[in-house]
Design a protein around this ligand. Structure first.
Ligand code: CDP
Length: 218
């Protein structure tokens, strides 16, 4: 369980559009934890590069420099969730110097959560494996790619973007493949992570399951 000094720390990892962010948000509300969507850090770096005209050929040094400059304002940018940003984020995230530049920010967030919160929940790809290997609880979310693509497709339409389902599905598969096969911090469940197939549950059921596990871990 959590030690007294740092409070409850929860890691939520998973594939693209698996619902890990939704789970993390609900857990933050339930336990009054600070929440960090770590994907937004990689997305923030991507936006900074896209705005400088960078396309698929990324200069790793420039990307690492932009990662070291990330600020809260970057994380609220309306372009954060666009498909262009998603694709660039997964390219940027495979660069070791970018990951190194963002590591301390994430650990600091968990160890000294902002706004007097007593603990933190971080969601991403490598939270349980690399960033917070000692997290009190680790969840790993996944669902069939078609289910995840359908969710992302609807999200994009709701946000007023034009989207084609088949393209969204391809992009999700490509991103997962890149995230799982990269050299540094590949996407994989931690050995002690609890798996949640989010395709099988409604949001309420998914959250209830996680809360039940936290209440009686054994
Ligand atoms: O919301 P979605 O699952 O589509 O993506 P995200 O969590 O915002 O992450 C965007 C991209 O950032 C991912 O495809 C990963 O390549 C990268 N990422 C990562 O490498 N490590 C993290 N801890 C979080 C995101």
């Amino acid at each position: 369980m959590a030690d007294n000094t740092r409070g409850l720390v929860i890691a939520v990892d998973g594939t693209a559009a698996s619902g890990k962010g939704t789970l993390a948000k609900h857990l933050a509300r339930t336990y009054n934890l600070a929440h960090l969507d770590t994907g937004s850090l990689y997305r923030g770096v991507s936006i900074r590069l896209l705005r400088q005209g960078v396309k698929r050929e990324i200069d790793p040094q420039l990307a690492a420099l932009e990662a070291s400059r990330i600020e809260i304002a970057d994380l609220n940018d309306p372009a954060l969730r666009s498909e262009d940003t998603s694709a660039m984020a997964s390219l940027v995230a495979s660069l070791p110097d970018v990951r190194a530049a963002l590591m301390e920010y994430q650990r600091q967030f968990a160890n000294q959560p902002p706004d007097d919160h007593k603990g933190a929940v971080l969601d991403g790809r490598d939270i349980g494996t690399i960033i917070l290997p000692n997290a009190d609880f680790k969840f790993f979310c996944d669902a069939a790619p078609e289910i995840r693509a359908e969710r992302r497709y609807k999200e994009l339409l709701l946000a007023g973007e034009t989207a084609i389902y088949a393209d969204v599905l391809d992009a999700i598969k490509e991103r997962d493949h890149r995230d799982m096969t990269r050299q540094v911090a590949p996407l994989r469940p931690a050995d002690d992570a609890i798996h949640i197939d989010t395709g099988e549950f409604t949001v309420d059921e998914m959250v209830a399951r996680a809360v039940q596990i936290i209440a009686s871990p054994d």
